[in-house]
Design a protein around this ligand. Structure first.
Ligand code: GLC
Length: 737
């Protein structure tokens, strides 16, 4: 529809009709196949609002359900404005890709863009118009359940993925693309003590430097929607935060798209103690330029009285309605309200072979080899394997947002049997995944769907069976991890570890004296102790549809590992948060001239993480030459080329992720000890040497100073190029201004 026609449409709407556009309800209002993502309380909404609501979320009934619903809706509708269908399609629709923390380890944003395209293709064929993804929240705390949805601890790396996701989802806005909603703005990943929905504290400067960049990257990539976060910043809940949403997001960054709240967040302004009642909550949200109210009656019931009493200006409503109409128009809904929804296409594309292959490729680039003593891996095909553990023979490997997309998902046992021959594989479960499922009552999953809690005797019996099984084999392949309900939203844990009853199984198997290859399925970095006694450790994360096939290829070296961690693994819970880009301290543990005592360190633990950001092993090894700089001085008008040669010194071909970090040695605000500024994935054949170059410009040296001005300062900079944030070559140059 032409813009002037759209304006005419807006002008023809009554105030009540405009308000309908700003309400978003969940699938349960339409008796549909809803996925529950928040508290299911009665909303207290008039049937007229349901019949005219502007948008709906999480209807996953497929194309037919969406077509039927849209049809009925339009039949009743006076203005014939189609309903917008949104959903949480986070890392896959029918094909489940690895969780974001896992694909964060690919260091391959181009591949991730392809992934988002595929997700959009499937979701649009199933009738969705937009997704609440990507999540751009930076995370440094493994206690937080939503680590799983983050790309990790680094603003630069996260920004690359977030922009790739937005591009992939939205493409050219043709019918097999969907609109993207970046979330949760802002600072949601930094909730105090890793507790879900908790407040965060940060200086504005730190928000700009650490938490905002992935959101800015999304906006720059053209993201159509933003979801404010549940948390407070500086004591102000983001959903009612005028400074954050109006001044920064809209005015400073020029965001003209739709702001959609998180689940019942406007009403929660009351629980925050920020609004007295629903009327005040609605006013605060409107004043902050929040357009759409997800699943409360605040906008539906309060906006009209607020306008009538002069507390809100109708122009504010008009602006919000204009933004949702513009999005509907951009999606082509006025021309075709059913858009991409197509029962035949849906069948064709959803979880088709091509998409499954891509899921497998991404999983292979996401799975991280953390330890490989005495080159126990790769496995030889003639070895007898005992395959033990609650993750050894299950297809529930997709994690929180896609747990039941398990159709045709192969288990590890299925895959190893194919590769090694059935006769060489012995299986025992060893223990259940959950020791006690009672805490999951009320989690939205019927407890009957969880396996029964078992008695101590039954558990002992399972362990003994596993011990007998292990005795028959050359190598134990032990698959342990978290239940999908133990990570994700509202799954904060004070002990981010492999559950203790599974560790007990590991300890018992260790006594048998056979080599153990541990594979972990989880949504957060774990603190590992006894596990370190295993010969090899693989971080599989929740690897999705192609996960176990990819894992098996890696175990037998039909593919080589290339993934590198995007989030550090702590040595101990008390070290959390531990991340590579920490600030310089006045008493650095390694380089201070003070004597040994009064330094920034723990007396019972090293400062460094167990496995650092950027770390991941390969079956081959890479040697780095020293860095060559084309010049040792830089000006705002010149650039420096930093070159380094990398030799594959091992037996196998492999991909190395070459990482560039920079440290601003002296500045007007203390700078992080290191900051990622670039990376390249390079395929290097065995015995081959490749040169890698990075271009260093003044732009890379800019940071937010105390006046929140993005600028660079003259002086010396250290440059690090290497295979992780702790393993590198070093050089120095000067910026002259
Ligand atoms: C949730 C989440 C958000 C999601 C929304 C809608 O509570 O915080 O990420 O998009 O509900 O399901």
């Amino acid at each position: 529809m032409k813009e002037n026609k759209l304006r005419e449409l807006l002008n023809s709407l009554s105030l009540q009709e405009k308000v309908y556009q700003l309400v978003q309800l969940s699938g349960d209002f339409f008796n549909n196949n809803e996925v529950v993502t928040g508290p299911l309380q009665k909303v207290g909404i008039d049937q007229n609002v349901v019949d005219n609501t502007g948008s709906v979320f999480n209807i996953f009934g497929g194309a037919k359900a969406v077509i039927d619903l849209q049809k009925k809706y339009l039949e009743k509708s006076k203005n014939k404005i189609p309903m917008l269908f949104l959903g949480d399609v986070i890392y896959g629709y029918a094909t489940s890709f690895p969780i974001p923390l896992a694909y964060g380890c690919t260091w391959n944003p181009l591949l991730i863009e392809k992934m988002a395209e595929v997700i959009a293709k499937e979701a649009s064929a199933a009738g969705l118009h937009g997704t609440f993804a990507p999540m751009a929240d930076l995370v440094r705390d493994p206690r937080w359940g939503r680590c799983l949805e983050s790309n990790g601890e680094d603003p630069y790396l996260n920004s690359q993925y977030v922009a790739a996701m937005v591009r992939g989802f939205q493409g050219d806005f043709s019918d097999d693309h969907i609109a993207s909603c970046v979330k949760h703005f802002a600072g949601y990943g930094a909730g105090i003590a890793g507790r879900e929905y908790n407040g965060m504290e940060s200086s504005m400067r730190n928000l700009y430097e650490v938490h905002f960049p992935p959101f800015q990257a999304a906006i720059k990539a053209g993201c159509e929607m933003v979801m404010p976060s549940f948390n407070t910043i500086n004591g102000v809940p983001c959903t009612g935060n005028k400074h954050l949403l109006k001044n920064i997001l809209r005015e400073q960054w020029g965001f003209q798209g739709l702001i959609v709240t998180d689940y019942s967040a406007i009403q929660e302004l009351i629980d925050h103690g920020f609004a007295e009642d629903k009327s005040e909550a609605a006013k605060l949200a409107m004043d902050a330029t929040v357009d759409v109210d997800m699943r409360t009656n605040c906008y539906a019931n309060e906006l009209i009285p607020l306008i009538e009493s002069g507390q809100l200006d109708e122009k504010q409503i008009d602006d919000a309605v204009w933004r949702i109409l513009k999005l509907k128009n951009k999606l082509g809904l006025f021309e075709n309200p059913y858009r991409g929804a197509d029962v035949i296409k849906e069948k064709e594309v959803c979880a088709c072979q091509k998409h499954r292959e891509l899921a497998k490729d991404i999983a292979a680039e996401s799975i991280v080899l953390l330890q490989n003593r005495n080159s126990i891996l790769p496995l030889q095909k003639n070895l007898k394997i005992s395959l033990i553990g609650p993750y050894a023979d299950t297809n529930m490997i997709n994690g929180f947002w896609a747990p039941f997309a398990t159709k045709d998902v192969k288990t590890l046992k299925d895959c190893i049997e194919v590769k090694a021959g059935k006769e060489n594989v012995y299986y025992a479960m060893g223990c259940p995944l959950l020791n006690d499922n009672s805490i999951y009552k009320g989690f939205g999953v019927p407890v009957e769907q969880l396996e029964e809690s078992i008695s101590i005797d039954e558990r002992e019996h399972l362990i003994q069976e596993a011990e007998k099984t292990a005795l028959k084999s050359d190598v134990i392949l032990l698959a342990l991890g978290e239940h999908h309900l133990e990570s994700g939203e509202a799954a904060s844990r004070t002990q981010p570890t492999i559950p203790p009853h599974q560790v007990e199984l590991l300890q018992r198997l260790k006594q048998i004296g056979k080599p153990i290859v541990l594979v972990m399925f989880n949504g957060r970095p774990f603190v590992l102790n006894e596990e370190l006694a295993c010969d090899a450790i693989i971080e599989a994360w929740f690897p999705g549809t192609g996960g176990c096939e990819a894992l098996t290829d890696l175990l037998y070296n039909d593919r080589n590992f290339s993934a590198k961690l995007s989030m550090s693994f702590p040595r101990a819970v008390g070290q959390i948060p531990v991340y590579y880009n920490e600030l310089s301290t006045g008493r650095p543990a390694q380089t201070s001239t003070h004597n040994g005592r009064f330094l920034s360190k723990y007396i019972d633990c090293e400062n460094t993480p167990l496995f650092e950001f950027g770390f991941g092993l390969s079956y081959t090894s890479f040697d780095y030459s020293s860095i060559h700089l084309s010049s040792h001085t830089l000006t705002p008008d010149t650039s420096i080329t930093a070159s380094i040669c990398i030799k594959n010194t091992g037996k196998y071909d492999g991909v190395e992720v070459v990482q560039l970090y920079i440290h601003d040695i002296v500045a007007s605000v203390t700078r992080p000890v290191k900051e990622l500024k670039g990376f390249q994935r390079v395929f290097i054949k065995a015995n081959e040497t490749k040169e890698v170059q990075f271009e260093i410009t003044e732009e890379l040296l800019k940071f937010y100073n105390n006046d929140i001005c993005f600028t660079s300062e003259k002086g010396d900079f250290d440059i690090y190029i290497g295979s992780s944030s702790m393993s590198y070559e070093k050089e120095r140059f000067k910026l002259i201004k």
